[in-house]
Design a protein around this ligand. Structure first.
Ligand SMILES: *[C@@H]1O[C@H](CO)[C@@H](O)[C@H](O)[C@H]1NC(C)=O
Ligand SMILES: *[C@@H]1O[C@H](CO)[C@@H](O)[C@H](O)[C@H]1NC(C)=O
Length: 398
């Protein structure tokens, strides 16, 4: 029971923030957007470290089914890009025999790009807020940003690999690296770098930690908000710029209009022209190479699908459902599950998380913090189940 009392206290704190924001934004005359401001912002109230390990039981009474179904929107576009894998033992071949086969959608769109810049698509996705749709971003901004994502690399996760054509393995092997303290002292760096692609997120520090986390970054995954918070909060740990190597591609998890605006700025090589980041220069974050092929953006259908089918938290059954989304790391790992043939997950939350510091780069031991807008217990159980089903290999330091 203590877990739920704590959980409610936490949700209560968020409600206060929420009411405060409602008042602020309402008085500014932009009421509809207040729900979605800064779900993981620095101003978000943080819960103290939780000591409870049991899963949280469902909270409250269910909203009327029709309202909830409309909110969830479990209907998606289609994208067949990842159905043609020639890997004989790939995840998509293995999933059929697991309990995940009933929720997995073969043709779920993972990325959005120029082909999605359609007014009919805008009308469809306008129904969903935050990272789950286009409710919080105007059509001219969506259209202009996505239209510029017109390189073939914008529409698929991986470019053709020379090795595969030359008789190498047709299987795409991915290392997906979270930032958990379990990696401190792991010596997993060489194994991570040996994968075809290395995914990282937020405060993705490698310098000085190569032995434990590796040095390569093929994909850096972020929301503008979480990325800027990481630069702010972990500068003293050495995180002063994003990974910027020739192989690095940047994948936006769009959460607000500010993600579309920063991407638009990058693709036009101009400072951000409006919103909270007005004046920000894209080369500060992404370096000088701002070609369209350096960038990708997750499709809101993918985020909504992940929330609805893989991480359907009990928070969705409460009035605070609008604040909830899967964590950036969770979207990263599930994107790898939907695009790679083999996935090794390092630095993700495990059941013995209390034995480790929050991050591998912490200078002193810090407890993992649980935010009310994510459900890390649910994520932890999902990683365990995917590992037990042999769909991913979860690094547990066992
Ligand atoms: C992509 O869009 C840019 C404008 O952003 C344009 O200059 C370029 O020709 C387009 N490329 C293709 C392949 O359509
Ligand atoms: C990282 O590991 C070292 C060696 O095991 C240990 O001394 C240190 O306390 C750890 N750092 C944190 C922040 O837990």
């Amino acid at each position: 029971m203590i877990c739920c009392a704590l959980r409610w206290a936490l949700l209560g704190a968020v409600t206060l923030e929420f009411l405060y924001q409602a008042r602020t934004y309402y008085s500014q005359g932009s009421f509809p957007s207040f729900f979605y401001r800064d779900p993981v912002g620095a101003r978000q109230p943080r819960a103290g470290p939780m000591t409870v390990q049991t899963p949280v039981t469902p909270l409250g009474s269910r909203a009327p089914t029709s309202t909830l179904q409309l909110f969830l929107g479990d209907l998606y576009g289609r994208d067949k890009t990842y159905q043609g894998s020639r890997c004989p033992s790939g995840i998509r071949k293995r999933i059929a025999g697991t309990k995940f086969s009933s929720i997995f959608l073969e043709a779920i769109p993972v990325l959005q790009w120029a082909q999605h810049a359609l007014s009919a698509e805008y009308r469809r996705l306008q129904s969903y807020g935050g990272a789950h749709g286009w409710q919080d971003v105007g059509w001219p901004v969506v259209r202009d940003t996505l239209t510029r994502l017109n390189a073939s690399a914008n529409g698929r996760m991986f470019d053709a690999r020379p090795g595969a054509a030359a008789g190498g393995s047709p299987c795409v092997r991915c290392a997906v690296v979270g930032n958990s303290g379990i990696l401190n002292g792991s010596r997993a760096g060489a194994a991570i770098d040996q994968h075809d692609y290395v995914f990282r997120t937020n405060a993705a520090l490698t310098k000085g930690f190569e032995r434990d986390v590796g040095r390569r970054t093929s994909f850096y995954i972020f929301s503008t908000n979480t990325m800027m918070n990481s630069l702010h909060n972990y500068a003293s740990n050495g995180f002063r710029q994003l990974p910027q190597t020739p192989e690095t591609k940047y994948i936006f998890l769009p959460d607000h209009d500010r993600d579309y605006l920063l991407l638009q700025a990058a693709l036009t090589n101009r400072p951000v022209n409006s919103g909270p980041d007005e004046g920000a220069r894209p080369e500060r974050y992404f370096g000088k190479d701002l070609r369209a092929e350096k960038f990708k953006m997750f499709h809101p259908d993918f985020i909504r699908y992940v929330r609805n089918r893989f991480l359907r938290s009990s928070i969705l059954d409460t009035p605070l459902r609008r604040l909830y989304r899967p964590s950036t790391g969770a979207v990263m790992l599930l994107a790898a599950l939907h695009t790679c043939d083999e996935v090794s997950a390092y630095g993700f939350i495990t059941s013995n998380y209390q034995a480790y510091s929050d991050h591998y780069f912490d200078r002193t031991q810090k407890a993992l913090l649980f935010y009310a807008n994510h459900d890390l217990w649910l994520e932890m159980r999902l990683w365990q189940k995917l590992h037990q089903s042999r769909l991913i290999t979860l690094y547990t330091r066992g």
